[in-house]
Ligand binder design. Structure first.
Ligand code: GLV
Length: 330
């Protein structure tokens, strides 16, 4: 019997590719940049399954390009690149890679928190620019992390991971989430706060919510106006949750103290963005999950989801399990 045909939209770690090699006829897009739309549509037509990344837009048009496209396996925990209701309506299961990247992302969010508090990128630039002439008593000072208040927006797996790390630093942790987690408050030593109180009281505000209609531009001028003038905002979730113009104004005017962004809007952030001109804005290229081990595990999960979908089996980690009640594509 002919093997199923699969298109992988980028070179993913070899662990995942190795799981697919004997099982499917596979084509892997070799460029560093994502496949253009025309290629995506062509490959959707020609294949039974796709392994996709956050940078690939999977919408109704693409799903309709091939009614025999059996599965889309996203190599990410997030899936805002995919029109999930459209997929469910079409009986198309969508996979993602939750769990394995929780601690890696929380590690990185905490790294950004510490780096921006203690001005690491400014310090590196200072030394490299030959400005280090002597030991300076007021040189590159920043706020303490230990004992400070951390406000978490979103208290799912990654937000909880941040809380664990913060407790090791003796921080007070506030959280806001649409789902209050009273069951965890005592054991994790965290306090629920409404958003306004969280903005007012936090020294560090770290975003761990998904991107949806209610979180898009949630961190806007009104939110910044309520924050402490020394507050540092950390975003490892999704760029559009923060209004970039309002962020620029807040940083530039001293309404808040700093920001550290792993995600931006748009991505990549063009070099013309005024945010790059601000020393108190640390920007890195969406790498919170980029540990070798986590990327490898994600590729294995993506491969497992893809293979299950091709066999007509339930995906081990499925974004839209309700698709199985309605009946999946065959
Ligand atoms: C990364 O941002 C992911 O959603 O996996």
């Amino acid at each position: 019997m002919a093997k199923p045909r699969v298109f992988v939209t980028r070179i993913i770690p070899d662990e995942g590719l190795a799981m697919l090699r004997d099982q499917v006829e596979m084509q892997v897009w070799q460029d560093e940049l994502p496949p253009p739309r025309a290629v995506m549509l062509r490959e959707a037509r020609a294949n039974d399954g796709l392994v996709t990344l956050l940078t690939d837009k999977i919408d109704a048009e693409l799903m309709d390009a091939n009614p025999r496209l059996l599965v889309v396996s996203n190599h990410a925990v997030g899936f805002d690149n995919i029109d999930i209701p459209a997929a469910t309506a079409r009986g198309l299961p969508i996979g993602n890679t939750p769990g394995v990247l929780t601690d890696t992302t929380a590690d990185f969010a905490f790294t950004l928190l510490m780096s921006s508090a203690r001005r690491i990128s400014e310090a590196v630039d200072y030394v490299r620019a030959g400005k280090w002439k002597t030991w300076g008593p007021k040189l590159l000072t920043g706020p303490d992390v230990h004992g400070a208040t951390l406000g978490l927006i979103g208290f799912g797996r990654i937000g909880q991971g941040m809380a664990k790390r913060a407790s090791g630093f003796g921080m007070r942790v506030l959280y806001y989430d649409v789902y209050r987690r009273e069951d965890l408050e005592k054991s994790m030593g965290v306090t629920y706060a409404d958003l306004d109180s969280l903005y007012r009281e936090s020294d560090f505000i770290s975003i761990h919510t998904d991107l949806n209609d209610s979180t898009r531009r949630m961190i806007n001028a009104r939110a910044f106006a309520q924050m402490k003038r020394t507050a540092i905002v950390i975003n490892t979730a999704r760029g559009p949750i923060v209004d970039p113009n309002a962020l620029y104004d807040a940083l530039q005017s001293g309404t808040i103290g700093g920001a550290a962004l792993d995600v931006t809007d748009p991505e990549p952030l063009p070099l013309s963005s005024p945010l790059y001109s601000l020393p108190n804005c640390l920007i890195v290229p969406h790498i919170a999950i980029a540990s070798v081990a986590t990327r490898a595990k994600m590729s294995e999960m993506a491969a497992a989801n893809l293979l299950a979908g091709l066999r007509g089996e339930k995906l081990p980690t499925c974004v839209n399990p309700e698709v199985y009640e309605r009946g999946v594509r065959k």
